[in-house]
Design a protein around this ligand. Structure first.
Ligand code: BGC
Length: 481
């Protein structure tokens, strides 16, 4: 776990930004979140490509599963390395490097002559996607003013879903000719966009600049969306806050490394946030979302439709995923995180139960598709975006980067386990029964969220922490932090 951030990260100095400046910040957020697009594209594209790859390379079901999950394995490692990369070279350079690695992985996978090279290409892609998935929330949170934090952080999920949908569309375009190489190769486009954006339009994170003592650059950046006087004031306030934290840490005997490294995560005060972050990361995956996202065409094909028809139907899934994510983004800073999450998990439980029933009782393929779409809607309106938002909000500033890296890595680890065992388990006990297990997990998740997850909407970290600590039966942190 030593890849974690050593520079203090967390809420950045960018506040009090006028409308004009906000437009620029939103544009930056959009480009940073293209990292999420890569994530979505690569996880989505394989579902359609697999239908053609498996016959060309004569792959058995283990080999098919491994092509899907090796990316996830690489992503886990990438997520753990991301913190160090982002600290040493800055958030912007890290993202650029991740874009370049993605291009290399795309080339290897798209030109693969056989199963082995394909697997290697997918592993390289995974490293890039995983590292980007941990870098993006850190970067976004550091350029976000508090009042729009939920929206900014959920841009990540928005771009993930756009990436998935784009992958499905690309699959449709090339499925007629069965050209899986072009499907995978199309990922080079967003990767180039990221590299170009980091070269020409994205600024470095002001938090990183200040941590590196590059005050002049930070000042110019903040002034570019506010004005020079405000920039000076915001920087001073930010530095005072950092100084107070440093003093509190010194009183409690924490040295520089413990302050910001992985070890902060083990502090008793941070434990409730860590439990919530890791549990939500696991819940997001063990609720079964990616069995639908990755295997939708395969599942639909089993209901009697042909391969290219199945890809067309899976577009319905991509569209609803995107549309409901937009609904969530509009609601998240108003309805709050908890409400969206509780509704989402309740609806996921019900729709998974119905989907299981449709398979067990052999309902028509249309009905299965309807339940799948409803399940995706339930996920997209809550658990999808809210997870990525909360991991940017529940950790104290000094454990922010380490906490979100750890949660991201556990998200990928859980994703790996689910994608590897899904087909064998479904084979052993039945597809419908497997969906029932996912439904049960969502139900348990609902109880967990109701009991342990704090509301973060419009709250400062101290208020969030007080709520979190009391949910775990601990004294609110405030004074002791
Ligand atoms: C998850 C991904 C998933 C996607 C689906 C994300 O929040 O982390 O694993 O594929 O949502 O929209």
């Amino acid at each position: 776990m030593q890849g974690f951030s050593v520079a203090p990260a967390g809420e950045g100095p960018l506040t009090e930004v006028p409308a004009e400046g906000m437009r620029r910040i939103r544009m930056w957020g959009f480009f940073v979140a293209v990292g999420g697009f890569l994530f979505g594209f690569d996880t989505g594209v394989i579902s359609g490509a697999l239908l053609f790859i498996r016959s060309e390379f004569h792959m058995n079901s283990f080999e098919q599963g491994s092509v899907v999950s090796v990316l996830v394995l690489g992503a886990m490692a990438g997520a753990l390395m991301a913190g160090r990369l982002a600290d040493r070279y800055g958030r912007r350079q890290a993202l650029r490097l991740e874009g370049l690695v993605f291009l290399i992985g795309t080339a290897i996978a798209a030109f693969a002559p056989g199963y082995g090279v394909l697997l290697a290409g997918r592993l390289v892609l995974g490293l890039a996607v995983g590292a980007a998935s941990a870098t993006v929330p850190i970067y976004l949170s550091e350029i976000s003013p508090k009042g729009v934090r939920g929206r900014m952080l959920s841009l990540n999920q928005l771009m993930i879903t756009i990436g998935i949908l784009a992958a499905y569309l690309v699959n449709v375009v090339f499925s007629g000719a069965g050209n899986w190489r072009a499907m995978i190769g199309a990922g080079a486009v967003p990767a180039l966009v990221i590299v170009a954006a980091t070269l020409w339009s994205l600024p470095e994170s002001p938090v990183w600049l200040l941590a590196r003592g590059r005050k002049g650059q930070a000042r110019r950046l903040i002034a570019s969306v506010t004005n020079p006087a405000t920039a000076d004031r915001l920087i001073e306030r930010f530095e005072n806050r950092q100084e107070t934290e440093r003093r509190q840490d010194a009183v409690q005997g924490r040295d520089e490394k413990q302050r910001a490294g992985a070890r902060t995560l083990l502090a008793a005060q941070v434990r409730p946030a860590l439990i919530v972050g890791l549990a939500l990361a696991a819940l997001q995956q063990f609720g079964g979302i990616n069995t639908i996202i990755y295997y939708a065409p395969t599942i639909i094909e089993q209901t009697g439709l042909t391969a290219s028809n199945a890809i067309v139907y899976s577009i319905a899934i991509g569209v609803i995923n995107l549309v409901m994510t937009i609904v969530a983004i509009r609601a998240i800073d108003r309805a709050g995180r908890r409400r969206l999450m509780l509704f989402s998990l309740a609806a996921m439980t019900v729709t998974m139960a119905l989907l299981g029933l449709a398979f067990v009782a052999d309902f028509s393929s249309v009905l299965s598709l309807v339940f799948m779409v409803l399940y995706i809607a339930a996920y997209a309106v809550g658990l999808g975006p809210v997870f990525w938002t909360l991991i940017g909000e529940i950790f104290p500033p000094r454990a922010h980067a380490a906490g979100s890296s750890a949660s991201t890595a556990v998200n990928w680890a859980s994703n790996f386990v689910v994608s590897l065992v899904f087909l064998p388990i479904a084979h052993a006990i039945g597809q419908g029964e497997t969906f029932w297990i996912f439904g049960l997990i969502s139900l348990l998740g609902l109880l967990f969220v109701a009991r342990f997850v704090p509301e973060t909407k419009g709250r400062d970290f101290d208020e969030v922490d007080a709520d979190l600590q009391s949910r775990f039966g601990r004294r609110p942190a405030g004074a002791s932090r």
